[in-house]
Write a protein that binds this ligand. Structure first.
Ligand code: 9MR
Length: 448
């Protein structure tokens, strides 16, 4: 059961910092010789518990108390368990099994023992939820990453759970091609190499996106013909660099205006004409004929105009053999879109013989801004919505499956909080990397 209290415990389970202030008061008094009895320092009893990331049955307990010099102190790692002398520095303790354990620090003070206790929750990794990627072999499970996350605690989860990576922002034109003639592949290379080293597919995202276009491209001073040559050079350079390693690309991203079936009037359209899309796909196809090419957009499950326009774009590309799949960005919430709406983009994709990528999955629980913390009810609603999405995806014929990609690891890292300016908890892990009910919902959909 999740309740507010439990959620708070989950939040603080890895680092529990407790403070108990006990001030032992002695009255200052003159003795026979007229000397003054020393007033002892007040005892401030506090300790810190950290659950190891490597072994989630192991904790480190650190006595951070002040004013206990010279007093004996000891730990009990289980209720009424054996007493362990509190040595200088942190003490480690390994539990045998998952559970909630009462940890007690006792200090033998002049006035009698003083104690501070707190419960710690540890988990046997064998009892943890199985890795997402092992739950299916008919599609890959993707995660959006930043190069700064590759050597951090994210890495354990990436390697354990995911077999497809998308760069969240570092394989876009504004990062890879910051000024004319000067490419910067530092971050892209780091992500691609990490994926290769860990046997993951890399989904390239995204070559052409009006939002991630560098200013020098928006203000390009050459002729339209020079602009097109520059774009061809850019797509060729990037796709060739990663040929054979980046197996799939979102070539053009979000080309359609919201609530219409019109193309956005991006600099690419202005400079290269209405057929800029097929030109870009042709450049990519030429550079790596083996790469799968996707068109990727948001709201195409329910925005009827956008969905129609998406199918019109891909039908044109299909007629030229320039498209392999559609990426439906799954920036959704617990209420919307419906299963029927989601099914509509699947049906249109499958009937065209294309692969379906459920890209950029995040499921907002607070679209109406009525939450200040993740309630049990919303966590369950999110679990249900994730289960529904994954069930819909899993029911796609295998030949049309590709990957289901989650857009970020921990709730606090989502782009959505800044974007909407309100709290939300849209991802599969909480802030201490603990899988949420949403993660369980993902697995439940594949449990057959
Ligand atoms: O989540 C991404 C964020 O970290 C980047 O700053 C931003 C700009 O590069 O892009 C975000 O991802 C977008 C994705 O690439 C395309 N669909 C919409 C996503 C959210 O804006």
């Amino acid at each position: 059961m999740l309740n507010l209290h439990a959620m708070k415990n989950i939040k603080s389970a890895k680092i529990i910092h407790l403070t108990l202030v006990l001030i032992i008061t002695f009255f200052s008094c003159a003795n026979d010789e007229g000397s003054i009895t020393k007033i002892p320092e007040p005892i401030v009893l506090s300790f810190e518990l950290v659950v190891s990331q490597q072994n989630t049955l192991r904790i480190t307990a650190n006595n951070t108390s002040t004013g206990i010099n010279g007093l004996n102190s000891y730990w009990q790692f289980t209720e009424n368990g054996p007493k362990v002398t509190d040595e200088a520095g942190p003490e480690m303790h390994l539990y045998d099994a998952s559970g909630d354990y009462l940890v007690t620090l006792t200090v033998e003070a002049p006035e009698g023992d003083i104690q501070l206790s707190k419960t710690v929750t540890v988990t046997d990794s064998n009892e943890m939820q199985p890795p997402l990627k092992d739950a299916t072999n008919s599609f890959s499970v993707g995660m959006a990453v930043k190069s700064s996350q590759l050597n951090t605690q994210h890495s354990d989860i990436l390697i354990r759970e995911f077999n497809n990576l998308t760069a969240e922002f570092e394989m876009k034109m504004n990062i890879m091609y910051p000024s004319q003639g000067n490419y910067d592949f530092t971050a892209a290379d780091a992500i691609v190499n990490y994926g290769v080293d860990n046997n993951m597919n890399i989904h390239g995202h995204t070559l052409i996106w009006h939002t991630a276009t560098p200013e020098w491209v928006n203000n390009f001073s050459g002729t339209d013909e020079e602009f097109e040559d520059m774009i061809e050079d850019y797509i060729t350079t990037v796709v060739t660099r990663y040929a054979g390693v980046v197996r799939s690309w979102d070539v053009v991203n979000e080309a359609i205006e919201d609530n219409t079936n019109n193309l956005r009037n991006s600099v690419f359209r202005q400079r290269m004409g209405d057929d800029y899309i097929s030109k870009c796909y042709q450049f990519a196809r030429n550079a790596d004929p083996n790469a799968l090419l996707f068109y990727n957009d948001y709201n195409i499950t329910f925005d009827v105009g956008k969905q129609e326009a998406t199918f019109a774009i891909v039908d044109d590309l299909r007629s030229k053999n320039l498209i392999d799949g559609i990426g439906a960005q799954m920036h959704i919430d617990i209420f919307f879109p419906s299963a029927t709406q989601i099914q509509s983009i699947i049906d249109g994709t499958v009937s065209r013989g294309l692969k379906m990528h459920f890209a950029e999955l995040d499921v907002r629980v607070n679209p109406n801004n009525d939450l200040t913390f993740l309630t049990e009810a919303r966590a369950i609603a999110q679990q249900n919505k994730v289960r529904e999405v994954v069930e819909l995806y899993n029911a796609i014929p295998d030949a049309n499956k590709f990957a289901l990609t989650v857009w970020g690891m921990r709730d606090s890292e989502t782009w959505l909080i800044d974007f909407w300016g309100q709290p939300d908890w849209p991802l599969l892990y909480d802030d201490i990397f603990k899988p949420k009910l949403a993660h369980k919902g993902f697995l439940e959909a594949l449990d057959n």
